[in-house]
Design a protein around this ligand. Structure first.
Ligand code: LLP
Length: 422
């Protein structure tokens, strides 16, 4: 359930008509519903309420500081994958003791900053990274808490670009090598082994892959215990899918219910679970508002040219992802099959292909739904397009939580060498 609904023939977000936002802020712009964000966060967090756990929001899905602040208020932590995401999470007021740091390419400076901030733990992806963490921790006079990322070789049955738990994936170490990896880690002086991390993929719509991964991991935790390596934090990553079209992903409660019997003994022994949900919390809490510029004939379908492009929302171009498109004002017109395309000079710049939509006309507003996750976060300035504004709706009012970039922003930080100034 989300707070984008038609009232009579107009699409609203909470108590605000989207047309009013477009008039005030312009298009393209991202619109998020605070009510939906909080409800989704709570639905996830409450599902695991009976179990000791941390809900560490995956900042990569949506890193706007206002949105992170909402989750901080809800008691959420953060899963970060760069110094920049750590900076954002801290700026938003997220408790560093609830921040985990993953990613295959952590740099010494990022490790240093995370140690200084006293984050909960690093999710370590390789031997060399582990050595670097030990070294940086020694320099800072600290102990670095670590979890090792284990790749359980499970097929999450999702898009190949967002499958991360297969053996061919670059993430973590394979479950076969994990024991040896843990032995090495447990001998390092400035590293404290506290956890195990596993994330198998994203937009997962079945329980099976999660359960298979957990079963494999629990066997490994047993083996580690036999060697006096105690796993206090089990970080199961993110990955729970959402409905973009007709998918029927399990509710977080169903995941909790299925996981509880498996994890009970380990939890009773004092373990804490960590989850890193991204999409399931923000995906359906945001949309991209865009205006139709032109309608032109084309083959096999007419083109509806809108003012949002692949630089604003790259998911359709990159993953062939489906996003529902709704007219902001419903009119009594015939439906038509069209390609909805952006202004970018690339044939791959489309938001929808072969889509049935009510006949469009210039000036009309369209809402690209389910764009709250990996929407703005993946936006770029390609074709020198200023990035879109972001708006947070709170009941009957709304606030710009990121202003539209200006042309000045586009060249900020660029310099013409003196020799070219003549
Ligand atoms: N934890 C780790 C270690 C991850 O790599 C990811 C996502 C998450 C958590 C959050 O996963 P979620 O709950 O959002 O599924 N850009 C793609 C998705 C890439 C996901 C990358 N990792 C898309 O637009 O579909």
């Amino acid at each position: 359930m989300h707070a984008f609904q038609y009232r009579r023939q107009a699409l609203w977000c909470e108590e605000v008509p989207l047309s009013r936002i477009a008039r005030t802020v312009g298009t393209p712009c991202y619109v998020y519903s605070e009510r939906t964000l909080r409800r989704h966060f709570r639905a996830f967090d409450d599902a695991f309420g009976a179990l000791s756990h941390i809900t560490a929001f995956a900042v990569k899905a949506n890193s706007n500081v206002a949105i992170l602040r909402l989750f901080a208020q809800e008691g959420g932590g953060a899963d970060v994958v760069s110094g920049g995401e750590l900076y954002r999470a801290l700026a938003a007021g997220i408790d560093p003791g609830r921040i985990v740091f993953a990613g295959v390419g952590k740099q010494a400076k990022e490790i240093h900053d995370a140690l200084q901030a006293r984050i909960l733990m690093f999710n370590v992806e390789s031997h060399q990274e582990l050595e670097l963490i030990d070294k940086v921790a020694r320099h800072c006079g600290r102990q670095a808490r670590v979890a090792l990322r284990v790749n359980p070789d499970i097929n999450p049955q999702t898009h190949p670009y967002i499958s991360t738990g297969l053996k061919k994936s670059k993430f973590g170490v394979s479950i076969r090598e994990a024991l040896a990896f843990y032995r090495v880690a447990s001998r390092l002086r400035h590293v404290e082994v506290v956890g195990l991390h596993s994330h198998i993929g994203s937009q997962i719509t079945q329980l099976g892959p999660f359960l298979d991964a957990v079963k494999k991991i629990l066997r490994l935790i047993e083996q580690l215990r036999a060697e006096w390596i105690n796993i206090r934090y089990l970080d199961l990553g993110g990955g729970l899918g959402i409905t973009y079209k007709s998918e029927t992903p399990p509710h977080p409660r169903a995941l909790a219910k299925a996981l509880t019997p498996l994890l009970k003994p380990w939890l009773l022994a004092g373990g804490t679970l960590i989850f890193e949900p991204g999409r399931v919390i923000v995906g359906n809490a945001g949309l991209l508002l865009t205006e139709v510029l032109y309608v032109k004939s084309g083959h096999p379908h007419p083109f509806v040219v809108v003012d949002a492009g692949m630089n604003d929302l790259i998911r359709p171009s990159l993953y062939d992802a489906y996003h529902q498109i709704l007219p902001v004002a419903r009119r009594r017109v015939r439906a038509q099959t069209v390609d909805v395309v952006g202004p970018i000079c690339e044939s791959g710049d489309f938001l929808a292909k072969g889509r049935r939509l009510p006949q469009s006309r210039p000036g009309e507003l369209l809402a690209v739904m389910s764009a709250g996750a990996y929407g703005f976060a993946m936006a770029s300035n390609y074709n020198a397009r200023p990035r879109a504004a972001e708006v947070l709706v709170q009941g009957g009012s709304f606030t710009v939580i990121r202003r539209r970039e200006s042309y000045g922003d586009l060249i900020r930080g660029e310099f013409i060498p003196p020799s070219l100034k003549k």
